[in-house]
Ligand binder design. Structure first.
Ligand code: ATP
Ligand code: SF4
Ligand code: MG
Length: 338
């Protein structure tokens, strides 16, 4: 089998740059500020995990990059750049160039992402014909090879199968084959293993990790499960109520969390939490993003709350200490964000 080719971006340019991203879902009844000032960079070959509980804006952030949000979503950003292409105000041409070619996407539910009336071989071959300019026969050969590389046995025979003939895990492998077909610079995986049972989940994670390492593709791995993310991300962004509240190297974040919300998430994850045997649920819920948030969005649930938490947004502290918090959990040496 030919060695996988490597993506095209040069070493220094971040593969993904997001600066001050805001996404608001507008409706006649109310506006929901789902993403409130997210900034992040992902370097070539890096795995960034994004974690946080349901509704905190993980998917909206990921989908805003490739503009796969409904028309009710208003996206405002100082900068969105993927592999050197400016997507802050993208043209249809830029988006076509980016989706599938420079960014591969894997979602939670492969059933709704795959076309039920098209063979899996044709679905894998499609981006190769569209973006890599391969002819029909060449793309079909490459599709069979990709199917084998993502671990489908008897790939040559299976290319003619339709999605309903595959198990959930196999369908997710097909999604991965489609996502990596054109050797993208970036893979966005949103809850890619959440719907699968534990054994299959582990196999798919291994596959993703292997492909990511072989190709040097950057990976943004979105999950509500800090245990899964902690296993293979290089850095982790913890989101809460539409903001990143902690963004640090994975080992530092897991061993010495700074934001009280990260610490609480770790307590809820028995596999990686420290001494506790029983997970402790985080009491209360996030604020209503249909209303303005004043001060820290976590304060109603926070045991470390201090006076200014009620009035001042701790967001700017993220860049300074790696956590958006006025009273962080672990002691922080001045100016250290790692
Ligand atoms: N199409 C939409 N229209 C209106 N509001 C939306 C839409 N999609 C998401 N939202 C709202 O935006 C906020 C962020 O949702 P998002 O799906 O990004 O969260 P998430 O972190 O991915 O959650 P989950 O872990 O459940 O996937 C939530 O309050 C959600 O209700
Ligand atoms: S800013 Fe205040 S309320 Fe928010 S997490 Fe930190 S200590 Fe808690
Ligand atoms: Mg989501």
């Amino acid at each position: 089998m030919a060695a996988p080719s490597r993506p095209t971006t040069d070493e220094q340019t971040p593969v993904l740059e997001i600066e001050e991203l805001h996404v608001t879902f507008r409706s006649r009844r109310r506006d929901v500020r789902a993403v409130r000032g997210v900034s992040l960079k992902v370097q070539r070959g890096e795995v960034l995990g994004i974690v946080g509980e349901s509704g905190c804006g993980k998917s909206t952030t990921a989908l805003a990059v490739t503009r796969l949000l409904p028309t009710t979503a208003e996206i405002v950003a100082t900068r969105i750049r993927v592999a050197g292409v400016d997507l802050t105000s993208p043209s249809v041409r830029d988006l076509t160039k980016i989706r599938g070619a420079k960014v591969g996407m894997i979602f939670q539910d492969p059933t709704s992402s795959l076309n039920p009336s098209m063979t899996i071989g044709d679905q894998i071959a499609e981006p190769l014909r569209l973006h890599a300019g391969l002819g029909r026969a060449e793309a079909a050969r490459a599709a069979a090879e990709l199917l084998g590389r993502v671990g489908i046995a008897d790939a040559q025979q299976r290319v003619g199968d339709y999605p309903h003939q595959l198990s959930g895990g196999q369908r997710q492998r097909v999604m991965i084959a489609i996502a990596v077909a054109c050797t993208p610079d970036l893979i966005l995986a949103d809850e890619a293993t959440t719907a699968l049972d534990v054994t299959v989940q582990a196999e798919i994670l291994d596959l993703l990790r292997g492909l990511q390492r072989d190709t040097g593709t950057a990976l943004v791995f979105v999950s509500h499960d800090l245990g899964v993310v902690g296993d293979f991300a290089d850095r982790v962004a913890v989101m809460y109520a539409g903001q990143i509240v902690e963004l640090r190297d994975v080992r530092d974040l897991l061993s010495r969390p700074r934001h009280p919300y990260t610490a609480a998430l770790l307590e809820c994850a028995p596999r990686i939490g420290t001494a506790r045997r029983l997970p402790t649920p985080i009491l209360g819920g996030p604020p209503d993003l249909g209303r303005p948030v004043v001060g820290c969005a976590f304060r109603a649930r926070c045991a470390r709350v201090v006076e200014r938490c009620a009035t001042d947004d701790p967001g700017p502290e993220l860049e300074r200490i790696g956590a958006a918090c006025w009273n962080p959990v672990s002691s922080v040496s001045q100016g250290s964000a790692s």
